[in-house]
Design a protein around this ligand. Sequence first.
Ligand code: PNS
Length: 162
Amino acid sequence: MRRVIYPGSFDPITNGHLDVINRAATLFDEVVVSVAFNEQKQGLFSVDERMALLREVSPKLPNIRIAQFEGLLMDFARRQEATAVVRGLRAVSDFEFEFQMALMNRKLEPQIETIFLMPAEKYTYLSSRIVKEIARLGGDVSAFVPVSVAAALREKFATPKG
Ligand code: PNS
């Protein structure tokens, strides 16, 4: 059983994340899409909201599971009996942080490999951070996120009436 963890903030999930999930699902027996809970990093969406969006928009494949974790990724990956962790790599700018994280994670758990998948090039410029900024300023994000995520963003940034 080859199980891979796809960890992230997913605040919120974008079409780029979905691209990586689909690619990972063809390579592994099971993909555990795992939302990291970080007390020090307040997201726009709560972990429960992110999980709900992930459940709603993730491909309905038998080998994709949605989970959440707190603490060290490698501890979680070990508990899940995962063989690998997958991360999306969009551009050279991602590389430095990802390289550091992958090597540190290898120190913590040498048995679990980190692998990188490149999403389709049309997603190279896409990030949750930029999507949130566009949505906050009233821009159209429908090309970058699933319909229900766009709706959830609109709701978050709706100016209260009255
Ligand atoms: O989507 P993100 O924000 O780029 O994901 C980063 C994430 C959640 C994968 C990373 O911060 C992480 O693994 N956090 C868990 C805590 C941990 O293990 N830290 C040590 C990493 S070397």
